[in-house]
Design a protein around this ligand. Structure first.
Ligand code: GFB
Length: 310
């Protein structure tokens, strides 16, 4: 439907896990990828975003830039998660429109859905119930981003679309234990416990919440697929279609790392939403499927982390 060949594509947030995976994936599309670090363009400043787009005139923009973090970071920095994300997305979408960007891909998150949404969660569950309190700030910002893309489509006829990735992991993830998501946290905890010869690792919460995981390279592949094949007002879920409990994930990570000690629970930490498995029907019907299984993904991510930390 949309040929990316010879298009100039700005990947906003190219240094992050998802943005860098999108840059890698676009290498085989025959397009020109442009990037800009924070020292060149501060995405929180409208004039800087406008000047950058006026100077570079991309045909396509992929918005992988966001303030992101795990459950604790979301819960303890509500102002930053709401304000930063609102500013970044509003600045980029408006500047994309004024600079005649043809295609814009907004990235959200599975936390946009109600806390007790039907499982697997279909796209039309959006705004059907209250959000999970630990991440409602981030969720509200991401819902605003979906609505901005829809509004520019409705008012100006712009072909701007949105994708909702599930919990992502992979090379380039944030492994800081206070701000990371669960996957990098468990990989780091298991690795360090093994190296130190500890008897146990500590997992936050009860271990019963269920989460769906997708490798960042699969996500990037899905995003490029949507850029080429999807045009529509409604956002599209991007997931693996399978979930595991946090305890099952912990056991898998410990097996991969080779840590054989005990798993201890810190019940002072929040569980968050009990389950958020998204329906993968829509993207499957369009013709896309993931290719990296959870075991394989954890193995390659662990190798990447181990090489980095040695
Ligand atoms: O990945 P995570 O931080 O975020 O946590 P969410 C997922 C689950 O893993 C929660 C548990 O039940 C955590 O309590 N968990 C266990 C841990 N041990 C750990 C640990 O050491 N570190 C972390 N971080 N979690 C985020 C949202 O929700 O998901 C964001 O806050 C975003 O807004 C993101 O949507 C994708 O899956 O709960």
């Amino acid at each position: 439907m949309h040929n990316l060949s010879r298009k100039r594509i700005w990947v906003a947030g190219h240094r992050g896990m998802v943005g860098s995976a999108v840059v890698r994936r676009l290498q085989s599309e025959g397009c020109e990828v442009i990037t800009a670090g924070r020292e060149t363009v501060d995405l929180m400043r409208q004039t800087q975003v406008e000047s950058f787009l006026a100077d570079t005139k991309p045909h396509v923009v992929v918005m992988a830039a966001a303030k992101v973090g795990g459950i604790l970071a979301n819960d303890t920095q509500p102002a930053s998660f709401l304000y930063d994300n609102l500013m970044i997305e509003a600045n980029i979408i408006e500047a994309a429109h004024t600079n005649e960007v043809e295609r814009f891909l907004f990235l959200g998150s599975s936390c946009i859905y109600p806390k007790f949404a039907p499982q697997p969660i279909p796209e039309d569950a959006l705004l059907n119930g209250p959000l999970e309190p630990t991440n409602e700030w981030y969720a509200i910002a991401k819902i605003a981003g979906i609505k901005l893309a829809q509004a520019y489509r409705k008012q100006y006829g712009r072909d701007y679309i949105s994708a909702m990735p599930t919990n992502l992991y992979g090379p380039g993830d944030n492994f800081d234990l206070n701000s990371s998501h669960v996957m990098p946290a468990l990989i780091r905890k298991a690795h360090e416990a093994k190296m130190r010869g500890d008897k146990s690792i500590t997992v936050w919460g009860t271990g019963t919440p269920r989460r769906e995981f997708l490798h960042a390279d699969d996500c990037a592949d899905a995003l490029v697929f949507l850029l080429k094949n999807y045009s529509g007002e409604e956002h599209v879920n991007v997931g693996s279609g399978e979930d595991v409990t946090i305890l099952e994930l912990t056991q898998l990570v410990c097996d991969v790392v080779g840590f054989t000690g005990e798993i201890v629970h810190d019940l002072t930490k929040p569980d968050g939403t009990p389950r958020k498995l998204m329906s993968a029907d829509k993207i499957r019907d369009l013709g896309w499927r993931p290719s990296i299984g959870l075991q394989e993904g954890v193995e390659t991510t662990y190798r990447w982390y181990r090489d980095l930390s040695n």
